[in-house]
Design a protein around this ligand. Structure first.
Ligand code: ZN
Ligand code: ZN
Length: 105
């Protein structure tokens, strides 16, 4: 049970169906605690998606010719492949046409 922090009145669900609690004494409205938690999770998920989408753009740009459009700049990053003896695989993404390609060192 929850009570109003202003006058200690009992909080009941708002009958207008806006998912809020309302004080029976003064009518002050409070958001449901549950709703707050969901909102936080949504923000977290949104942030995660944005990070995944933009991870290529934080990589350094290097001078390399794009095999797709001939543009001279591309984002560069490298990943260790699963087999240790294969070494690193370099990835490039053209800053102009977003074409992606890879190169084995
Ligand atoms: Zn109240
Ligand atoms: Zn290109």
């Amino acid at each position: 049970m929850k009570f109003c922090d202003k006058d200690g009145g009992l909080l009941v669900p708002d009958k207008s169906g806006n998912k809020k609690l309302i004080c029976i004494n003064c009518g002050k409205k409070y958001p449901l605690a549950k709703e707050k938690v969901i909102l936080k999770e949504e923000i977290k998920n949104k942030e995660r998606v944005e990070v995944v989408d933009s991870d290529v753009e934080i990589n350094p740009k290097i001078d390399i010719e794009c095999p797709n459009c001939g543009h001279g700049k591309a984002f560069f990053w490298s990943l260790q492949t699963r087999a240790a003896d294969e070494g690193e695989t370099s990835f490039y993404k053209c800053t102009k046409c977003n074409h992606k390609w890879r190169k084995y060192d």
